[in-house]
Ligand binder design. Structure first.
Ligand SMILES: NC(=O)c1ccc[n+]([C@@H]2O[C@H](COP(=O)([O-])OP(=O)(O)OC[C@H]3O[C@@H](n4cnc5c(N)ncnc54)[C@H](OP(=O)(O)O)[C@@H]3O)[C@@H](O)[C@H]2O)c1
Length: 290
């Protein structure tokens, strides 16, 4: 564990036997526009990854579908050989089509191929955490995950995956996965304005399972709310800082993976997530997304 990570806001969390900083980094924004193709500024993308590790972040979220392959290859180029403290979380279950869509690819053969492609692109022999990505671009969809999840459990038994998680999942699918094998995390959309998973977060916290919100800053449409702007103005902070600090405060099992393609934004986000929110701030922020 890097000594610097101790000063990152939120401290650490344990994914199975892996200690990660609660302040992590989501690498999706490093690919080109629409998460397709290479970045316009390749050196800039490599610099963001190196900065993330230099400031002590030990949790990077990625997927081979980003680019596709682009983000994983950037991570490998910037950071391989990886330090023992760095944990890369990837996901399988969707591929990319020529229009930039994210069609599901959850047949056993798709998942086996995806795990091997992630291993190869990242230059690893074992993937620390693999999330089974369910649903579609519009969000979670009901339905059994058994066949797909059991395929990943089999790959885990073969030693290719250390820990499992699910993403874009309904509460029922989370429960179904847990009835098949232990999971260490759930990665779903959640932020100040989008709080459908409130109950699930609390249940997972009781079970010691991490909840990793994607789009913590609103994703492709930045969070906009007058209450958020008012609290940010009062604290002389940016709305993004308030949004990240609120998530860290919301529950101890929440891990942050804000995305950025900018070293300056990465630094701003780390500093901003450390903002201290008063009860009055929290009460005002609680009006958003209710
Ligand atoms: N499981 C899934 O289905 C799924 C889906 C989506 C995402 N994810 C994961 O979740 C991670 C986070 O999601 P995300 O990156 O899409 O959305 P996000 O973290 O909510 O927001 C990223 C956006 O905010 C901007 N931004 C970040 N910091 C900023 C700052 N300080 N000032 C101004 N703008 C700032 C970024 O632009 P700049 O580049 O200009 O900073 C980018 O456009 C992804 O990286 C990915 O790993 C998972």
């Amino acid at each position: 564990m890097s000594t610097l990570s101790i000063s990152l806001p939120g401290g650490t969390w344990t994914l199975g036997d892996l200690t990660v900083t609660r302040f992590g980094y989501g690498a999706m924004q490093l690919a080109g526009p629409g998460v397709m193709g290479p970045p316009a500024d390749r050196d800039g993308a490599l610099a963001v990854l190196r900065e993330a590790v230099d400031i002590g972040i030990t949790h990077i979220d990625t997927a081979d579908a980003y680019g596709p392959r682009v983000t994983n290859q950037l991570i490998r180029e910037a950071l391989h050989p990886y330090s023992d403290s760095l944990h890369i979380v990837t996901k399988v279950g969707a591929i990319r089509d020529e229009q930039g869509g994210w069609p599901p690819a959850r047949r056993p053969e798709d998942l086996r191929r995806a795990v091997h492609e992630n291993l190869e692109a990242l230059g690893l022999q074992t993937l620390d955490v693999v999330n089974l990505r369910l649903g579609d671009a519009q969000g979670p969809r009901p339905g059994s995950l058994a066949e797909a999840f059991e395929t990943l459990v089999d790959l885990q038994r073969q030693g290719l995956i250390r820990h499992l998680g699910v993403s874009n999942a309904t509460a029922e699918q989370v429960a179904e996965a847990r009835s098949i094998a232990p999971i260490v995390c759930v990665q779903n959309m959640y932020n100040l304005a989008h709080r459908q998973d409130g109950e699930l977060i609390d249940e997972l916290a009781e079970q010691g399972i991490a909840y990793v919100p994607f789009f913590p800053l609103g994703g492709f449409s930045p969070l906009q709310s007058s209450a958020l702007s008012a609290v940010a103005a009062r604290l002389d902070a940016t709305p993004m800082s308030v949004a990240l600090a609120w998530l860290l405060r919301r529950s101890p099992n929440i891990l942050l993976i804000p995305g950025t393609s900018s070293v300056a934004h990465l630094r701003e986000n780390v500093a901003g997530a450390g903002l201290s929110l008063s009860d009055e701030d929290l009460a005002e922020l609680d009006k958003i997304g209710r």
